[in-house]
Design a protein around this ligand. Structure first.
Ligand SMILES: Cc1cc2nc3c(=O)[nH]c(=O)nc-3n(C[C@H](O)[C@H](O)[C@H](O)COP(=O)(O)O)c2cc1C
Length: 150
């Protein structure tokens, strides 16, 4: 059995529900999954040993990218003092494509993680509007496949 850690930030519950769908899918595919609201963890959680890390964050702001407010602090702490070399990660989040930076938070988190040596397993999941299980499950399967290959 493999282990996965999902950390999400969500203001109106959309990214939280995506995190739960991912959890369910992984649990049904031989993963032992821990899910945490970003408001309840510190950056040190990323140093705990898991086979897979999934970070989820919604995007706010209008003219510029704003991360979901609880995730801001976590993101600020994603800096050079962390050793995340070779950890396997994928990033997801909810947004709305009518905004200038659709799911911009996902992009900046992914970029920062890569700078810290993380292996990004596959293209991020950007949900436009209401989350649908089918899209989420397909993506989660892609993550599993990529994690097994690398
Ligand atoms: C004031 C405001 C600003 C937003 N800005 C963006 C944005 O810049 N990019 C984007 O993709 N979505 C944006 N959204 C959409 C939210 O990210 C979307 O509603 C999302 O589902 C919220 O997820 P959460 O419930 O997990 O926080 C914005 C929504 C509001 C109300």
């Amino acid at each position: 059995m493999s282990t996965a850690l999902i950390i999400y930030g969500s203001s109106t519950g959309n990214t939280e529900s995506v995190a739960e769908t991912i959890e369910e899918y992984l649990s049904g595919h031989d993963y032992e999954v821990t899910v945490k609201n970003v408001a309840d963890v510190t950056i040190k959680a990323l140093e705990d040993p898991y086979d897979l890390y999934l970070l989820g964050c919604s995007t706010w702001g209008e003219e510029e990218i704003e991360l979901q407010e609880d995730f801001e602090y976590f993101y600020e702490d994603m800096n050079g003092s962390l050793n995340l070399a070779d950890k396997k990660m994928a990033v997801f989040g909810c947004g709305d494509s009518s905004y200038l930076y659709f799911c911009g938070a996902v992009d900046v988190i992914e970029e920062r993680a890569e700078n810290l040596g993380v292996q990004i397993l596959c293209k991020s999941l950007k949900i436009d509007g209401d989350p649908e299980d089918e899209e989420i499950n397909e993506w989660t399967q892609e993550v599993i496949n990529a994690a097994e290959k690398k």
